[in-house]
Design a protein around this ligand. Structure first.
Ligand code: MLT
Length: 312
């Protein structure tokens, strides 16, 4: 007999591969987190979980793709703090950046590091600040577009240093890192999930970590406060979303699968190597994620308006 809609959807779900959109280029911090989570969720759900990179416009193109996808549980979005900042940064989007998604659960909060090409003429954060103030627009700061975490960190850094530099946008900080290592851009503020290995190998120079405590994966790296920028704190929360209207039973099934992933030993160990930890199980839930996301939108709006940097 035919089951009613919801029961039929819930009973069969998932019965084909699931797509998770990463709104930045492959090889960057969002991609790294998503692939680790997707691998465990696929085992738990018994279906392939395919990661697709849809970069551009600071993550809003990927977010738009999911906002406009069928709410059937087969197209998801793994995004980050950019979901908190884009409502203030973008005046015209083709989707509702505040209510256009169902929240599945928070994933992780990743510290950021202030880094430079290895021959940048500064040995520490205080000297970097001086060089920024002297060289201003001749300094190239790489980011992943307006709405990226690297954009937000760059905004906060320029406000803290009271100077403007030139911004070079990429489709993700994966590709940006290639140019920083190559020395064609000077500075970047990016997540430990993308920078820890490059800092350890000496491929880039690190000045500070942007959390109140030092990072266990980079114990010698001073905090921004220690290094001379007190109050400079930002870490990048990540969350998993489905299109608005996705059946609550499907969202609940996905949240349970996310929780399985976040307690997977191999994932926890890999996150630790990359300077981060999964959120607690109760935060990997739809309600906890929605509350955190909505509060973050309210938090960043006045800060972004004071900085006066908009996308359009
Ligand atoms: C990425 O995955 O490339 C980063 O999250 C981009 C950014 O937000 O800075």
């Amino acid at each position: 007999a035919l089951l009613p809609g919801t029961a039929r959807a819930q009973a069969a779900y998932p019965n084909r591969p699931i797509n998770i959109i990463v709104p930045f280029a492959a090889g960057g911090p969002t991609d790294v987190v998503t692939r680790l989570v997707a691998e465990v969720m696929a085992r738990d759900l018994g279906q392939p979980v395919v990661v697709e990179n849809v970069g551009g416009a600071g993550g809003t193109l990927g977010a738009q793709r999911v906002a406009q996808a069928r709410p059937d549980g087969y197209t998801l979005l793994l995004h980050h703090i950019g979901m908190g900042t884009t409502p203030a940064l973008y005046r015209r989007l083709a989707y509702d950046p505040v209510n256009g998604f169902e929240t599945v659960g928070l994933v992780t909060e990743v510290p950021m590091t202030i880094i430079a090409k290895k021959d940048f003429p500064a040995a520490n954060l205080a000297e970097m600040v001086r060089v920024m103030r002297e060289q201003k627009q001749s300094i190239n700061l790489a980011n992943a577009g307006v709405g990226a975490a690297s954009h937000l960190c760059g905004l906060l850094l320029q406000s803290a240093v009271q100077t403007q530099v030139t911004t070079i946008p990429y489709r993700g900080t994966g590709p940006a890192m290639t140019d920083l290592i190559g020395g064609t851009v000077d500075l970047m503020c990016d997540q430990t999930t993308n920078t820890t290995q490059q800092i350890r190998s000496g491929a880039v120079r690190a000045f500070a970590v942007t959390t109140s405590e030092r990072n266990a994966a980079l114990p010698d790296l001073p905090t921004a406060a220690e290094a001379g920028l007190p109050g400079f704190e930002v870490s990048v929360w990540h969350g998993l979303y489905a299109p608005k209207g996705t059946d609550a039973a499907i969202v609940a099934r996905l949240s349970r699968s996310l929780q399985v992933a976040l307690r997977d030993e191999r994932l926890v160990a890999r996150f630790a190597e990359l300077g981060t930890t999964p959120v607690s199980q109760e935060r990997a839930t739809p309600d906890a994620h929605r509350a955190y996301w909505q509060a973050d939108i309210a938090k960043w709006r006045p800060i972004i308006q004071a900085a006066g940097q908009y996308a359009d």
